[in-house]
Ligand binder design. Structure first.
Ligand code: SF4
Length: 555
């Protein structure tokens, strides 16, 4: 056994839960998460796809992640091609290798994995002897172009929907070219070079039929002590900066009974349930769900709360479930910016929720902010600082105030998609100003490390077109630190620092079912400082999604 096989085995021996069939003979399917094991195993998208594959006895299923640095060094020095986690089969020997990509920076790891596997990077250089390379996940679903030449096909949107049909097809048809031809006609599948016209994203009508939860557990994964369960998909709040808020519409909540069953399954492996959704507190049965978890004697963790749906009862139950920190996301500090982003977490509401949290014994508060939003000025940053000061000075019983302040990138398929990204120097200056104003004076404030280093690269990976792809192999090889030398300045200027033409956006090949005029209308409302109300329970045709899928409102 070589050292990498040993380290895979060591990790595998500590795993519990659903193990995939590794004896299927007719088709070998590898699912890869292009980042380290601890992150991939905690990703619910990865776990959901793995669950469907692992339950299909017809196929051999295995996993691969980005190797840790020591593992990578061994593979490179010994020229050993990257192999899978359980069967140690080289990736290039699988019939299909599927990547689940949630974050754009992981495009570089995806390329690195292909390179470490000895699989030619470009689809055009891969003959029938190489696996089909499939890419899914929210980042490429929104804009596949920056990595288009490396993929044989993209599954756009909620991939669970087509996975079984895809396996059926691959079991019947082995010729790669024929498979791609057939797939190019499917809704939600984008086959570069074959697909004609726009690709409409896939969505699941009844999420209760598709559980999304931890099925394979490891103590090495993020949130090692939790059974994670997605309680709802989509968010109808309409924050103008949030891509997930538009590409996962409409809101679909899992029912109480489905979540209860999931919690029971999780109880066999973990003592805590981690509830995941864009906003856990928006679930209409959240109180019943928490009461059920507590009555089972389990603890609870949550992804995020929305200040305007948090109640004292909810906070009390969360505290009972062992939660010691609540996370709220005001995002901005001024009324002007609240109206621009369409998120009305005004100071009094925030103070009220902090007060309630403290009253039930939750003493640690985490707040999310964004810097570099469209129309933002120095005065708005000033107001952000003053809001934070009012909190730390006004609530003496706060034990710790954690601030996560991130540079903003205008994302595809949002009203902000056409706006130029803010200049790095300005974002840097504003972030430093916030830090200087707060850090030394208040020892209870903890500011999480900011992620500005690759701000421009991230913008390019999110918003670039096909022209970005030619630089990615070199950036992946030499590390992102030197990317500015690789990508000509005029490309960044055009792709991310200019006002884009709404009719000529690279990601227009993806149809999210939102009317194209809707974002234009949202931008007009933004200019006027007007709020757009959240998705109503029914009868709405505002953004077009519900009309397109014929449900006429939220659920
Ligand atoms: S049509 Fe209305 S309810 Fe449906 S997603 Fe759009 S805004 Fe929300």
């Amino acid at each position: 056994m070589n050292p990498v096989e040993r380290s895979f085995e060591k990790r595998r021996k500590k795993e519990e839960g659903l193990f995939a069939n590794i004896y299927g003979k007719r088709l070998s399917f590898l699912i890869s998460y292009p980042n380290y094991y601890n992150l991939g195993m905690a990703n619910l998208g990865f776990q959901s796809i793995y669950r469907i594959l692992a339950n299909d006895e017809r196929i051999l299923v295995d996993r691969a992640f980005l190797p840790y640095p020591q593992e990578e060094a061994y593979l490179r020095t010994t020229k050993t091609p990257l192999f899978s986690y359980t069967t140690y089969m080289p990736l290039r020997d699988f019939d299909i290798v599927a990547f689940s990509i949630s974050f754009e920076p992981d495009y570089l790891n995806f390329i690195k994995i292909l390179e470490l596997s000895g699989i030619p990077l470009y689809a055009k250089d891969r003959g029938d002897e190489y696996p089909i390379i499939l890419i899914g996940g929210i980042a490429p679903s929104a804009n596949p172009l920056p990595i288009e030449p490396f993929a044989d096909l993209f599954v756009i949107g909620e991939g669970e929907k087509v996975l079984k049909d895809l396996i059926d097809l691959l079991l019947k048809e082995r010729n790669k070219c024929e498979v791609l031809k057939v797939l190019s006609k499917w809704e939600g599948v984008y086959v570069p070079g074959y697909t004609e016209g726009k690709v409409r994203r896939l969505w699941i009508e009844d999420v209760n039929h598709y559980p999304s939860e931890t099925v394979l557990y490891s103590r090495e994964q993020e949130f090692p002590d939790m059974h994670l369960v997605e309680i709802g998909r989509g968010c109808g709040r309409g924050c103008r900066f949030c891509m997930a808020g538009y590409v996962y519409r409409p809101v679909r909540n899992r029912s109480f009974s489905v979540i209860r069953e999931s919690a029971k399954r999780g109880k066999r492996y973990r003592k805590k349930i981690g509830l995941v959704s864009p906003s856990v507190s928006d679930h209409p049965e959240i109180i019943e769900i928490l009461e059920e978890i507590l009555s089972e004697g389990m603890g609870v963790g949550i992804s995020s709360l929305r200040s305007d749906s948090v109640t004292r009862e909810l906070l009390y139950l969360l505290k009972e479930g062992g939660l010691n920190t609540i996370t709220l996301a005001p995002e901005v500090g001024s009324e002007k910016m609240r109206r621009i982003i369409n998120k009305n977490i005004y100071p009094e509401l925030l103070f009220e929720k902090i007060e309630e949290a403290l009253s039930v014994g939750i003493k640690s508060i985490k707040l999310y902010f964004l810097v570099g939003l469209p129309k933002e000025e120095d005065e708005d940053i000033e107001e952000m600082v003053s809001l934070i000061r009012r909190i730390i000075e006004g609530f003496k019983s706060i034990k710790e105030l954690i601030l996560s302040i991130n540079p903003f990138i205008p994302k595809p398929h949002t009203p902000f998609e056409v706006f130029p990204q803010e200049r790095e120097e300005i974002v840097e200056k504003r972030l430093s100003y916030i830090e200087k104003s707060l850090k030394k004076r208040y020892n209870k404030i903890k500011i999480l490390p900011r992620e500005i280093k690759y701000y421009i690269l991230q913008g390019l990976l999110s918003r670039g077109g096909k022209e970005i792809s030619e630089f990615l192999p070199e950036i992946a090889r030499n590390g992102p630190r030197r990317f500015k030398r690789v990508v000509p300045e005029e490309i960044s200027e055009r792709a991310i620092f200019s006002l884009l033409d709404p009719d000529d956006l690279p990601w227009k090949i993806i149809d999210t079912m939102v009317y194209s005029e809707y974002f234009e209308k949202e931008r007009t409302l933004m200019e006027k400082g007007r709020f757009t109300p959240p998705c109503p329970p029914k009868g709405c045709t505002l953004c077009g999604v519900c009309r397109n899928i014929n449900i006429g409102g939220n659920r």
